[in-house]
Design a protein around this ligand. Structure first.
Ligand SMILES: NC(=O)c1ccc[n+]([C@@H]2O[C@H](COP(=O)([O-])OP(=O)(O)OC[C@H]3O[C@@H](n4cnc5c(N)ncnc54)[C@H](OP(=O)(O)O)[C@@H]3O)[C@@H](O)[C@H]2O)c1
Length: 347
């Protein structure tokens, strides 16, 4: 572990320097890693592990487009690609990467394959934390571990191919074998993480549900929509409103924040812009703080999990989500966005 100062708070983290890939390979040399589910995280983690030299097989239900995707990615039926039950039987480490709703449905099928000494791996603390609602209660004689990449499986793969990595959290819920810590860190390095920071299952799920409902996805859309509407209500054109709300942010400003922080982005804008941003950010913080506190309380009370489980267990949940996404896509702001994107040079 390396001790790093995060804004005045010291934290222990794992980097590829203290735990190099060769060490990860040594720890997992006798393991068969069965990736169950080939949705978004499945391919990213499986392909990175395979390319890093680990022994990986896939478990995916047949008669599904996802099976065909796995074949197209080079997994060979009967050799490295199996039905879920067969892969779970062969695997010594079971990476449970079905959708969170799928994990609940399939749990009674998977559980018998979790025999003594195996490891059950998650990329989200959801199933274990909300066990009253999911009924996911692993046997006592298996390790239960987590590596949660902080981003999409697609980005995990893209960054790996570019020689970079997404940061991941890791956690140990149950150490039955005494090997859980080495196993989880080795897997975290193997899937292509940048650095690894330790958490527990509950903190992982509370922060993740808050983040995606909050600044990563929900809040950002809300703030975009509010500012766009204010500009449109005051007679600004869609092109002007979209450029001032979204395009400038994604094309110009966020890459600067990613590179060197908020102050550096501010410093690269006009002094007029800096004066205004420094005056107004606290007002936005005050206005949204109660909403974030309400959101966290809802997550902690299990209400967000309940909503997710009840909506995802409906047979037509995908259609309903697609309909809502379509409404978003068809809103004036995002239609204006499509037009702006088409006008980007080089398109
Ligand atoms: N999305 C991300 O990038 C991301 C990021 C960090 C952590 N995570 C976590 O990683 C885990 C996997 O998430 P994901 O987004 O990769 O999931 P996903 O894309 O929604 O997973 C779909 C996979 O689950 C299978 N599946 C769903 N329901 C099933 C059922 N009832 N029986 C059998 N198979 C079923 C699908 O097979 P079919 O195609 O045949 O239906 C497919 O293989 C979750 O715990 C999630 O919270 C995800």
């Amino acid at each position: 572990m390396a001790t790093i100062n995060f804004g005045g708070v010291l934290e222990e983290v794992v980097t590829r320097e203290e735990f190099p890939m060769e060490k990860a390979r040594e720890v997992l040399k006798n393991e068969t890693i069965a990736i169950i589910g080939y949705g978004v995280q499945g391919p990213g983690q499986a392909l990175n592990l395979k390319d890093n030299g680990f022994n990986v097989i896939i478990g995916q239900r047949k008669n599904s487009k996802t099976w065909d995707k796995a074949v197209a990615d080079g997994w060979v039926p009967g050799e490295t690609l199996f039905e879920i039950e067969e892969a779970a039987q062969k695997g010594t480490i079971i990476q449970y990467l079905l959708s969170d709703a799928g994990q609940i449905t399939l749990w009674p099928t998977l559980k018998p394959f979790l025999t003594k000494g195996k490891a059950l791996y998650f990329s989200h603390g959801f199933g274990i934390t909300y066990k009253e609602q999911t009924n996911i209660i692993p046997p006592a004689d298996v390790d239960v571990i987590l590596v949660a990449p902080k981003g999409s499986g697609t980005s995990l793969r893209r960054l790996f191919l570019a020689g970079q990595g997404l940061n991941s959290s890791f956690a140990i819920f149950q150490d039955a074998t005494g090997k859980a810590r080495d196993r989880v860190i080795a897997l975290g390095i193997g899937v292509g993480s940048g650095y690894l920071f330790e958490t527990d299952f509950k903190k992982e799920v509370f922060s993740d549900l808050t983040g995606e409902r909050g600044s990563l996805m929900g809040a950002i859309q809300g703030i975009f929509a509010a500012q766009y509407q204010t500009l449109r209500n005051n007679g600004h054109s869609p092109s002007e409103a979209f450029n001032e709300t979204v395009e400038e942010l994604t094309q110009s400003l966020m890459p600067l924040v990613a590179e060197n922080g908020m102050d550096w982005m501010y410093a690269n804008c006009s002094t007029t812009a800096q004066r205004g941003a420094l005056d107004w950010w606290k007002k936005f913080k005050e206005a949204t703080q109660p909403v974030f506190d309400e959101l966290y309380a809802s997550v902690a009370a299990g209400k967000e999990a309940e909503r997710s489980i009840s909506s995802n267990s409906q047979a037509d949940y995908r259609d309903k989500l697609n309909k809502e996404l379509e409404e978003l896509r068809n809103s004036e702001m995002w239609q204006a966005g499509a037009a702006v994107r088409k006008l980007r040079p080089g398109k």
